[in-house]
Design a protein around this ligand. Structure first.
Ligand code: KG4
Ligand code: ZN
Length: 354
């Protein structure tokens, strides 16, 4: 039997059973990750190898170095995921892999590896949208959560308000017109001299600052629409530091960090709650690397619950890039019959609705 026929047969059996052990791989940016997830909700192992030490000295991700490091780490990371789960490849039912959006070279490393595994082991292959993966992190951490709900996806590359109508029926309600929220955190952190990756460092510094010290405005975000704009806020931080430097006035970086963080969080929260109330859906979830921000989690939770909305967010370890979330989304894709062939390719700018 050829690969295609036998993978399809195996997938049909898994769909009938409604159950599958999925080996998942994620390499869209600067983490090489592999995980084993049962039935979309139970994480048997979750291994993440971060490339931060490689990219740190450049102040951001260097795509070529990222791809090379993925190629080197994919095998040991996957072997660890299997051994941590206490299984071997023969216990795996299907392989899931992120195929976009992300850095194309980085994605290709994971996609090629996953295709090789699927072919060698004769297993069904499922390509997963990275953003669907971030949303699915909530299915792991919140067993009772099921669509429909509104999800704010905030990462280094995306700021989306999404209506999750069903596991694979997503509608984009709002998006950033320029920088993503994580990108804004990273850029502000850079001008404050905090280094890469900036988001967590800025959050830490903000804890020591006065969030009312400065007010960073952006008139675009005051509109009734659900889109965001963050580049104006970032420019305001740059101008503040530049002007103070020229006048020789002291600036407390912790105050700048705290005020900047609050400005972004207020915008994200107001738009997300507005979308949730307008949609009539009773639940709001967070996803993506920025959802690891404690103030964002607390602010969104308070705002949601005070309006009678249920609030969900992933555990910290599932907020930033990981493969467990890809295994969860991969399970629901498999159950929906969304199988890929060995012609699966990386798509750097895959849209959320694909
Ligand atoms: O989802 P993710 O791991 O990778 C992408 O898909 O982009 O998100 C990474 C982004 C980075 O911009 C990082 O600075 C930001 O998430 N981030 C945070 C925090 N932790 C990660 N931003 C603010 N506060 C945090 N605690
Ligand atoms: Zn991500």
């Amino acid at each position: 039997m050829d690969y295609k026929t036998s993978a399809c047969k195996k997938a049909e059996n898994l769909i009938k059973k409604g159950s599958a052990v999925i080996l998942s791989v994620e390499t869209s940016c600067d983490e090489t990750a592999a995980a084993v997830v049962r039935d979309g909700r139970h994480v048997l192992s979750n291994v993440v190898h971060t490339q931060i030490p490689i990219h740190k000295k450049y102040g951001g991700v260097v795509p070529e170095l990222a791809s090379r490091s993925h190629v080197e780490r994919l095998r040991p990371v996957t072997e660890k995921a299997l051994s941590d789960a206490g299984i071997t490849l023969s216990d795996v039912d299907a392989v899931a892999v992120t195929y976009g959006p992300g850095l194309v070279g980085a994605l290709l490393a994971g996609v090629s590896y996953a295709k090789g595994l699927a072919l060698a082991e004769d297993l069904p292959l499922v390509g997963v949208n990275h953003i669907h993966g971030h949303i699915a992190a909530n299915y792991i951490s919140c067993p009772e959560l099921r669509p429909p709900f509104i999800c704010l996806v905030v990462s280094g590359g995306h700021s989306h308000i999404v209506s999750v109508k069903d596991y694979f029926c997503l509608e984009l309600l709002g998006r950033t017109r320029d920088d993503a929220a994580g990108e804004a955190f990273d850029k502000a952190a850079r001008v404050l001299g905090l280094g890469y990756p900036g988001g967590p460092k800025l959050e830490k510094l903000a804890q020591k600052g006065d969030e009312t010290a400065y007010r960073f405005h952006s008139s675009f975000n005051a509109g009734e629409h659900l889109d965001f704009s963050f580049s104006g806020l970032k420019t305001a931080v740059i101008n503040l530091l530049h002007n103070a430097g020229q006048k020789g006035e002291p600036v407390n970086p912790a105050d700048v960090a705290a005020s900047f963080q609050l400005s972004i969080i207020e915008i994200l929260t107001a738009k997300t709650i507005k979308a949730a109330l307008a949609s009539g859906l009773g639940s709001v979830a967070l996803a993506g690397g920025v959802s690891a921000n404690r103030l964002l989690r607390e602010t969104m939770q308070k705002a949601a619950e005070s309006r009678g909305l249920k609030f969900y967010c992933p555990e910290f370890k599932y907020c930033t890039d990981n493969a467990a979330m890809i295994g969860s989304a991969g399970f629901y894709a498999l159950m929906a019959g969304r199988l890929n062939g060995l012609d699966l390719n990386a798509k750097a700018n895959l849209s959320i609705e694909q």
